[in-house]
Design a protein around this ligand. Structure first.
Ligand code: GDP
Length: 200
């Protein structure tokens, strides 16, 4: 897809506040600081459009971005602040679950993990919730530029093993600095937008 226009639409606290016009959605989720807003801004070609809050305890909203007037990119709340307690973890799971179970026209979830770290804790919670919801998922390993090619290849293997994902499941390394992986991500997004999944 060529992005001709992109803009922030709204932050929703509850499902009743989600847009109701039935446009297909591509959602993005991952640990705070994983590079989610950087990636969204690159995909949407607009610096500063998606912003991260580095403040633990901040209210967790679902943020909708209009793309070309016919698709929504959905920025789901981040997770995994070191200092965050159980209640915020539960709040995050609640927000994610209510989005995933709201019968959205959701075509794909892009789940971000840091290519340098073994997935842990809430990364598993995230993937479990996605699996339960049976949504097509693309896993993106971010900050690929921070490793040498052989280290990166090893990390990707590790991520596959740790997350127990099939060798044919989609795992794309991405770098915001070199833009490596950007084309692959767009290919999957474009395919997802073309394919109407039977479930939703
Ligand atoms: P978010 O909390 O997931 O939205 O993370 P941000 O997009 O705010 O990124 C967190 C930090 O990682 C920022 O300092 C970014 O500049 C940096 N970052 C994001 N993507 C990359 C990348 O691909 N390579 C490198 N080297 N740094 C990145």
């Amino acid at each position: 897809m060529k992005v001709l226009s992109a803009g922030f639409v709204k932050s929703a606290l509850r499902p009743e506040q989600y847009p109701r016009d039935g446009r297909p959605e591509i959602a993005f989720v991952g640990r705070s600081n994983v590079g989610k807003s950087t990636m969204l801004n690159i995909l949407l070609n607009k610096k500063g459009l998606a912003k991260t809050s580095k403040t633990p305890g901040k209210t967790q909203t679902v943020n909708f971005f209009d793309v070309n007037g016919n698709v929504y990119f959905v920025d789901l709340p981040g997770y995994g602040y070191a200092k965050v307690g159980k209640s915020l973890r539960e709040e995050w799971a609640k927000v994610l679950t209510s989005y995933l179970t709201s019968q959205r026209p959701l075509r794909l979830v892009v789940a971000l993990v840091d290519s340098r770290h073994k997935p842990a804790g809430q990364d598993f919670d995230m993937l479990e919730l996605l699996e339960q919801a049976q949504v097509p998922t693309l896993i993106v390993a971010t900050k690929a530029d921070k490793q040498r090619p052989n280290e990166l290849a090893e990390s990707l293997c590790d991520i596959r093993k740790t997350l127990d994902i099939d060798s044919d499941a989609l795992l794309v390394p991405f770098s915001a600095l070199t833009k490596a992986g950007l084309r692959d991500i767009w290919n999957v997004v474009d395919d997802a937008l073309r394919t109407k999944t039977g479930k939703r």
